[in-house]
Design a protein around this ligand. Sequence first.
Ligand SMILES: CN[C@](CCCC[B-](O)(O)O)(CCN1CCCCC1)C(=O)O
Ligand SMILES: [Mn+2]
Ligand SMILES: [Mn+2]
Ligand SMILES: [Mn+2]
Length: 305
Amino acid sequence: HCVGIIGAPFSKGQQRDGVQRGADLIRAAGLVQKLKGQGCVVKDYGNLIFEDIPNDEPIGRLKTPRAVGRANELLAGAVLKIKSDGNTCVMLGGDHSLAIGSISGHAASRHELSVLWVDAHADINTPLTTPTGNIHGQPLSYLIHELHSKIPIIPHFSWLKPCVAAKDIVYIGLRDVDPEEHYILKHLGIKMFSMTEVDRLGIAKVMEQTCDHMFSKVKKPIHLSFDIDALDPSVSPATGTPAAGGLTYREGIYITEHICQTGLLSAVDMVEVNPKQGKTEDEIKSTVNAAVDLILSCFGRVREG
Ligand SMILES: CN[C@](CCCC[B-](O)(O)O)(CCN1CCCCC1)C(=O)O
Ligand SMILES: [Mn+2]
Ligand SMILES: [Mn+2]
Ligand SMILES: [Mn+2]
């Protein structure tokens, strides 16, 4: 595996300080060395630098929209470059609004994508349905062709064009979905495995059916967008929007081992690690170590040795 890493120390898709430190914490836990240790060729492209945007007043309910738009424009360019260099891209967040740029940049390189969204949340509020105005709860709404008419013109978002079809999205881990999001999911018929399905089917069947869905027509490169809050807070407490009843460590690893085996993984987001949301050092370590192990399993680490 050839892996290109980009750090996106960005927090303005939400209101909690600290999530911008996720990338460097994951590096400090040895991600690059461990990937090399399992035979990967790794290039670390460093961290993006996000200039402050003054007077970034809310637009409607949207908070710091200009900063989010600009950050994602930068990220999209960086991901496109990493893909053009022939790597599988690993984007280290930062909050989940960064998926706007990560998926846009990936789509600019590989065009049609399958998106596997592993998250407690659907992150599909539109600027008009969002209950908080936090753009980390909205990224998919900007990316999906079928929702384009629902997205108003927003300063610093003019570079952005929808690039994913609803049928090419699969969710795993949902358990905290807003009513308006649920309506959108049903209306668009988006494939989802909530925690109810994980419990009913078991993770092996969930992955089997996820792959059946993604490969039902033509096989496309996979973009895995992994929000660390998909895992149970007992495993990954240091995150901004924890929700009880999440994936076990083993289920998370099973997902990434299985996606690795498809041979189609083309880009990974690992987002929402927030050290300031951990009550103890151990909580931060548990969260960061889970993020590292999930990424290692994306690139060939298997539990049998
Ligand atoms: C579920 N939607 C939320 C959370 C988004 C989490 C983003 B992620 O990237 O971490 O997944 C929360 C909305 N609720 C907040 C508490 C009161 C009810 C609404 C939102 O702000 O849109
Ligand atoms: Mn989430
Ligand atoms: Mn437009
Ligand atoms: Mn998310």
